[in-house]
Structure formats: C-alpha cells, structure tokens
Design a protein around this ligand. Structure first.
Ligand code: FES
Length: 125
C-alpha cells in the first residue's frame, strides 16, 4: 500500500489557499519543536463567517496537505464550526495519514485555533 493517499498527494502537489492575507482578522503561527515544521494561518472574517483563509507552511508533505485540507474545511464556515475542527477530521478528509504523520494534522488544528484566538483577542480588545 502507498504511504500516502491520493488526496494527500493531491493537496501536497496542488495545495489550496497558499499565501498571505493582508490585514487578516486573525493570524496563528505554530510549530513542532521535534520536526521543526512551522505553519501560519491567516483568516478573514466577516460577520462571523470565515470568508477567506490562507496559509504558509514550512514543513513536510503531510503538513502541507493538512494545511491545505484544513483551509478548505473551514472556508465559508462560521467561526464556531471552525473552532470545532479537529486534527482527526483533517486526517479523515485526507483519507488518512500514516501513524507517524498524525502530528502534522495536529499542527493544522493548532494553527487554526491560534488564528481564531488571535481574532477573538483583537475583536474584544
Ligand atoms: Fe512535522 Fe510533518 S513531520 S509536521
């Protein structure tokens, strides 16, 4: 069996929503100390809906595929739904990740959570 699913390969080779959002409403950056990978998420939020999301990931194929899939899953969704996004949902949407690559999907969950926290902090300041 191939190490990576077709979906992982597709999102790795053709990542969706790569880039930066100027004047983002929320920015989250997280890293994994063990592998050194870094993920940054930018959110544009309008009336509680995530209207745009972009990412920059300095990392492995699974981290890039996870970032790409995570952005697709939350784009157009209400903030409350995005807050519930788990790494498990990201991995499942990619038709699974190898066991030793699960932490890459955790990074995507954490980056989105960090961006949402940043949004909330800015909003309620
Ligand atoms: Fe660390 Fe993939 S190996 S995020």
């Amino acid at each position: 069996m191939a190490l990576y699913s077709e979906k992982v390969m597709d999102h790795f080779l053709h990542p969706r929503n790569v880039g930066v959002i100027e004047n983002a409403d929320g920015i989250g950056e997280v890293g994994n100390a063990k592998c050194g990978d870094i993920m940054k998420m930018y959110l544009k939020i309008d009336g509680n809906i995530i209207t745009d999301v972009k990412f920059e990931t300095f990392g492995c194929a699974s981290a890039i595929a996870s970032s790409s899939m995570a952005t697709e899953l939350i784009k157009g969704q209400p903030v409350e739904d995005a807050m519930k996004l788990t790494n498990k949902a990201v991995a499942e949407a990619l038709d699974g990740l190898p066991q030793h690559k699960i932490h890459c999907s955790v990074l995507a969950e954490e980056a989105i959570q960090a961006a949402l926290e940043d949004y909330k902090t800015k909003r309620y300041k």
